[in-house]
Design a protein around this ligand. Structure first.
Ligand SMILES: [Zn+2]
Ligand SMILES: [Zn+2]
Length: 136
């Protein structure tokens, strides 16, 4: 069992297990939403994920024309797990306790869209655009 929360603690969640794989999206939407080089997530099966508190503090935003939503805390602005898929939760890796011990970057997506200053230095796979191979 892993439990985690946003910076202010208003929103908390837990899940049974996550794969050790971290996926990093370098697209411009993720860059803007984090103010960094993108966002790193781990994938958790929906039926193993539970919100513990603070769902009334969750705000979602999606770019017009896109079904992909960004989930964040209305109090502190921390990115939150997103219900963007019927089967999986996209849990920001930076929220995980223990500084994400045991996790490893498996793949980067939208690499061709990354910021000019964004140098990828790990051994994760690099996909120029989206990765449709799933997490397996
Ligand atoms: Zn918060
Ligand atoms: Zn992205």
């Amino acid at each position: 069992m892993v439990s985690a929360h946003c910076n202010c603690g208003a929103v908390a969640f837990e899940f049974d297990s996550a794969s050790e794989d971290v996926f990093i999206c370098h697209c411009f939407i993720c860059r803007r939403s984090t103010g960094a080089n993108g966002i790193a997530v781990v994938l958790v099966p929906r039926d193993e994920f539970r919100w513990l508190q603070g769902q009334e503090n969750i705000v979602t935003w999606s770019r017009p024309g896109s079904q992909w939503a960004t989930w964040f805390c209305r109090v502190c602005g921390s990115r939150l797990p997103g219900e963007n898929d019927s089967e999986r939760m996209f849990v920001p890796a930076g929220l995980l306790p223990g500084a994400g011990a045991g996790l490893k970057v498996r793949a980067h997506i939208w690499v061709d869209s990354r910021a000019e200053w964004d140098e990828i230095g790990d051994n994760g796979q690099q996909h120029p655009e989206q990765y449709v191979g799933g997490a397996g």
